[in-house]
Structures are given as structure tokens and as C-alpha cells.
Design a protein around this ligand. Structure first.
Ligand SMILES: Nc1ncnc2c1ncn2[C@@H]1O[C@H](COP(=O)(O)OP(=O)(O)OP(=O)(O)O)[C@@H](O)[C@H]1O
Length: 310
């Protein structure tokens, strides 16, 4: 992709003072992954205002994560364009725009370094100036502090160490030293939910440093227990009005009801947009997905009455 020449954030009159988020606009965006023929996004248009909290919903494969990949300039649009703060995304230096974003993805990786360093790497440019206190705060915010305290080596634990081998001068492996290294390099397992808490902590660390204006969270709580999910949502809600937040979720409830705007994707098309109440009363795709979950909490009489209404 060609890099732009403008620095971000913009430094002209209006945008210099407007630091409470990032304005994002999709203008008739169409997208096919490289070397494929299928349109994954088709003629998608929407605008997200500064400081808004937006939910991106839709069934599996509807194109939600792809939209985040385009915000983050992992790929270029095939058709249409994306505007940031009123200008085409391509006119800015990609590094500047990415530095203003914190993206919490579905798949996250742990580097073969201590947990503390993994969290500090939330801000790669400044990881060596991060203090122990900041790491502990980020772990608390991501809900990872309790399980890390139980690990014998705490924040110094290395989850997946690199496998090392020791050789003698003659090129044969040195079994005695290998045994010592194996002992030191023991693999520590964490659960799916714990791993998600670590990824969230890395994102909260990123929010502490630098000028982050946009947060995207792709199914950030899919593996969390109910309490962990609620705590994470509260942390995210605290950013409302200060940063622009987009989250992808399959769980309809707490955060979707609170969102300023819900965008509903189906087969790569934006089929609905509005608030929770508006979309429920539309009786369209959102309501169908919402009711599928809500029915599980209703008594059988209420559920029957609802299905009669549909
Ligand atoms: N790298 C890729 N190359 C080709 N096709 C891809 C690639 N990544 C995703 N796709 C396809 O694009 C479509 C949209 O995928 P995407 O991950 O955006 O959906 P999603 O709505 O986020 O799904 P989910 O709810 O399952 O996470 C899917 O059909 C998927 O198979």
C-alpha cells in the first residue's frame, strides 16, 4: 500500500482541539481478499462520530473482523474509501494512524518473554520505560492480576519459552545442560479466558501511553466468565466520550444496549443501523439475533407469546 504524507492527528484548527476520539467513515466500501473473487464487504457506508461507542454485529462470516482489518490498514479497500477525521485514510502516514489505534483482536499471541514484558509491549515504542506499577495497573484493568498472583513466578513467568539446545564442542547435544535448560524453560499453560485477560491487559497498557483515539475490540470477552465480562465492559464504558470505541460481539446485552450505534452486517452488506431500542422495534436482522438469545431467559409462556407476535 502507498503511504500518505500527512501526519496524524491532524493539526489544523478544528481537529487539533478535537482529541476525544477519531471520526471514521466508510464510503461505499467493497472488499475482496487478495487473490480471491468473493466480495466480503459490499457497498458498505456508515459514519462513526468522535467519542462514540459502536457495536458491530452479525452472524459468523458476515465481514465484521474484515472491517476492523480495513480500519487498521492491514488491507486496502477494493472499492470506495475510508475517511478518518474527514480525509482519506490513505492521505495519512499509516504509522501515525496505527499509533493512534488500539486493536484487541480475536487471536492474540504471547511472545516467549516474561508476562510483564508481554504486557509492556502494548506500547512497543516505549516498552522499556514502562514501570512495574504501570504493569500491575494494566493487569488489574484487564482482570489478569488474580491468576498471575497464583503463578509461582508471577509476572516473571514465561508462558511459551523458546526451545534451546546446548551443544558440546564436537557438535553433539549436551544432555546434562539440556536437562537444566528444559527445567528452566517449562511451559506454563493458561486457560482461554486467562489468555484473553492478558490480551486485554496489553491493550489497557497501550491506553496508558501515547495518544490513542480509537479502540477496536473483536469479541474481547468470548472466553470470559460473566463477572470478567462485566468488569471488562465497565472499563470499556469508561472510555465512552473520550475515545471512539468499536466492538464486535455475538452477545447481546449489557454493552449493545449501551452503544450509541449498532451496525448490523449480513453477507458483507450493512443491513441495519441504529440504537438497540430502534433495531428491536424494526423486527429485522438485529431483532432476530437478539431474540434468539433473549428467548433462553424467558419462561416458556413468555417465549410462546413473543413467537406469536413475530
Ligand atoms: N485472509 C482471508 N482470505 C480470504 N478470505 C478470508 C480471509 N479472512 C476472512 N475471510 C473470509 O471473509 C469472510 C468474512 O470474514 P470475517 O472474519 O470478516 O467475518 P466475521 O463476521 O468477523 O466472522 P466471525 O463472527 O466468525 O468472527 C468469511 O467468509 C471469511 O472466510
Amino acid at each position: 500500500m502507498e503511504d500518505g504524507h500527512l501526519s496524524y492527528p491532524r493539526v489544523d484548527d478544528k481537529w487539533e482541539t478535537e482529541s476525544n476520539g477519531m471520526e471514521l467513515e466508510f464510503c461505499n466500501v467493497g472488499f475482496k481478499y487478495p487473490d480471491t473473487d468473493r466480495w466480503v464487504l459490499k457497498d458498505v457506508s456508515f459514519k462513526i462520530k468522535l467519542g462514540q461507542m459502536v457495536a458491530l454485529v452479525g452472524v459468523n462470516g458476515s465481514g465484521k473482523s474484515t472491517a476492523i482489518n480495513l480500519f487498521n490498514q492491514i488491507y486496502d479497500t477494493t472499492e470506495g474509501e475510508i475517511l478518518i477525521d474527514g480525509l482519506p485514510i490513505k492521505s495519512y502516514r499509516a504509522k501515525d494512524v496505527r499509533s493512534a489505534m488500539a486493536i484487541l483482536r480475536q487471536k492474540h499471541y504471547s511472545y516467549p518473554l516474561s508476562l510483564g514484558v508481554n504486557i509492556a509491549l502494548g506500547c512497543p515504542d516505549q516498552h522499556d520505560t514502562v514501570t512495574d506499577e504501570e504493569i500491575h495497573e494494566a493487569l488489574e484493568e484487564g482482570g489478569a492480576d488474580a491468576f498471575i498472583k497464583k503463578l509461582p513466578e508471577g509476572v516473571n513467568t514465561v508462558l511459551s519459552p523458546v526451545r534451546l539446545s546446548c551443544f558440546k564442542d564436537n557438535g553433539e547435544e549436551n544432555e546434562e545442560l539440556n536437562e537444566m535448560v528444559r527445567e528452566k524453560m517449562k511451559h506454563t499453560d493458561v486457560s482461554g479466558g486467562e489468555s484473553q485477560r492478558l490480551a486485554a491487559s496489553r491493550t489497557f497498557m497501550r491506553l496508558k501511553k501515547g495518544d490513542i483515539r480509537f479502540i477496536a475490540a473483536d469479541e474481547p470477552t468470548s472466553a470470559l466468565d460473566a463477572e470478567g465480562e462485566m468488569a471488562f465492559f465497565e472499563r470499556l464504558k469508561a472510555q465512552h466520550g473520550k475515545k471512539t470505541v468499536v466492538f464486535i460481539t455475538h452477545r447481546f446485552g449489557h454493552l449493545t444496549k449501551y452503544a450509541d450505534l449498532i451496525l448490523v452486517l449480513k453477507d458483507g452488506c450493512l443491513v441495519e443501523s441504529g440504537s438497540h431500542d430502534e433495531l428491536v422495534s424494526n423486527h429485522g436482522e438485529y431483532n432476530k439475533l437478539y431474540q434468539a438469545q433473549a428467548q433462553a431467559f424467558l419462561s416458556s409462556d413468555e417465549a410462546n407469546a413473543n413467537s406469536d407476535k413475530e
